[in-house]
Design a protein around this ligand. Structure first.
Ligand code: SF4
Length: 395
């Protein structure tokens, strides 16, 4: 069933955003019916919905935007078959494929993100889950990174965890663990056959029980109905996720979901508003695919989302990191942890550094290919810089 089918079967009651927000501010928990009504908000009323939900964001997070930076420690060749993933078993997407970065390289890449304004670094590896040796390897990287940048938050994202691994990561200084539920339980078997929704819930629980801050979110635009979006969001609320990344499907060529284009910028905004209304005090991150799906409405999304990834994603390129910071500045927002600095100045520092790196690369005749920076309605721009390459990262 498509999102359109779902919303036309039984027309949900029209929501009065201001009234709903004032009830939520007073402690009301969004119901599934209200969630459906939020998703059914007409296009013409979506910006007022976002503005109303934004009061909850401002109450919890003020003008701050948390900036996160991804480091792909090990790319591609995953034995799992998640349909949306360019690193899946059988993917013919022309992504970078490499085994573990050296600790020095991983720390160098992370430090570039910190210099670019990130207060959290997300260290990610493709695979079903880490071996104990992998956990030791990542623990060493994190200890080194924390030694050099004691204030940075580290989130690990290494797949399904076995007993004891979350505790070891916590001991090494890892602050958070990301493992997305991705979609509703009722849809999970449609997007993956090699592990289950329950496996994912189990890993989030292991992370939380070990004292790691649980980060778990969604990918939307994979064929889910409105009911399934609401089901997934309420499940994340029940799970107690401290941060919720919302990814918008990037339909990589060479994956089963290639060519899937279900989202509009306004639907993306309604989904983000839904998460904000369901989880008024939770970090909400506009994550992968924001450039191609929100397009010119990205700054409006920051009215409900209080967090984003800077620069590039695991296997695709985002817009220039300097543009991310400029967008924050233009929206009158500030970078969390660097509230005293003008994000426009941070943006111009990054822009100048990127220009210098590009000039140096041209001089070495290794010019980076021009890319559409996650441009709209095309295939995602594959990452060809940063971790696993000789080219300067996008930060
Ligand atoms: S999402 Fe993770 S587990 Fe699934 S195929 Fe991609 S890398 Fe593997």
């Amino acid at each position: 069933m498509t999102a359109t089918d779902a919303s036309s079967d039984v027309r949900p009651a029209v929501v009065d955003p201001a009234h709903l927000v004032s009830r939520i501010a007073a402690g009301h928990r969004l119901t599934a019916e209200e969630g459906l009504a939020v998703l059914a908000t007409p296009d013409a009323l979506t910006v007022p919905l976002v503005a109303a939900a934004g009061t909850l964001r401002r109450r919890a997070f003020g003008r701050t935007v948390k900036v996160n930076y991804l480091v792909n420690l090990k790319s591609g060749l995953c034995p799992e078959d998640c349909t949306y993933c360019s690193q899946r078993l059988g993917s013919t997407a022309d992504i970078l494929r490499y085994t573990w970065l050296s600790p020095d390289e991983a720390v160098h890449q992370a430090a570039m993100g910190v210099a670019g304004g990130a207060s959290r670094v997300c260290m990610v590896s493709a695979g079903r889950g880490p071996t104990h040796r992998d956990v030791e390897r990542v623990a060493g990287m994190v200890e080194q990174l924390k030694g050099e940048h004691p204030d940075v938050e580290v989130c690990a994202c290494l797949g399904l965890l076995k007993d004891g691994q979350a505790e070891r990561l916590r001991q090494a200084g890892v602050d958070a663990y990301n493992h997305n539920l991705n979609t509703a339980e009722s849809m999970y078997a449609d997007i993956c056959s090699t592990h289950t929704y329950a496996d994912r819930v189990d890993t989030v629980g292991k992370a939380r029980d070990a004292g790691l801050s649980p980060c778990s979110g969604l990918i939307v635009g994979m064929g889910e109905s409105d009911e399934q979006v609401v089901e997934a969001v309420l499940a994340l609320r029940e799970l107690g996720s401290d941060s919720i990344p919302v990814n918008f499907l990037m339909p990589f060529d060479g994956t089963p979901l290639a060519g899937t284009w279900e989202l509009t910028p306004l639907r993306c905004l309604r989904i983000l508003a839904l998460v904000r209304l369901a989880c008024p005090d939770t970090e909400l991150r506009m994550a992968g695919g924001r450039e191609m799906h929100l397009r010119t409405l990205q700054p409006l999304a920051l009215e409900v989302a209080n967090s984003l990834f800077l620069g590039d994603y695991l296997t695709s390129e985002g817009q220039a990191a300097s543009d991310d910071l400029q967008m924050i500045a233009d929206a009158g927002l500030v970078v969390l942890g660097r509230e005293d600095e003008d994000p426009a100045v941070l943006a111009s520092t990054l822009r100048e550094a990127a220009e210098r790196a590009e000039a140096a690369q041209r001089a070495e005749q290794h010019a980076v290919e021009e890319t559409p920076a996650g441009g709209c309605c095309g295939t995602p721009a594959l990452r060809r810089r940063g971790a696993g390459t000789d080219a300067a990262p996008n930060a």
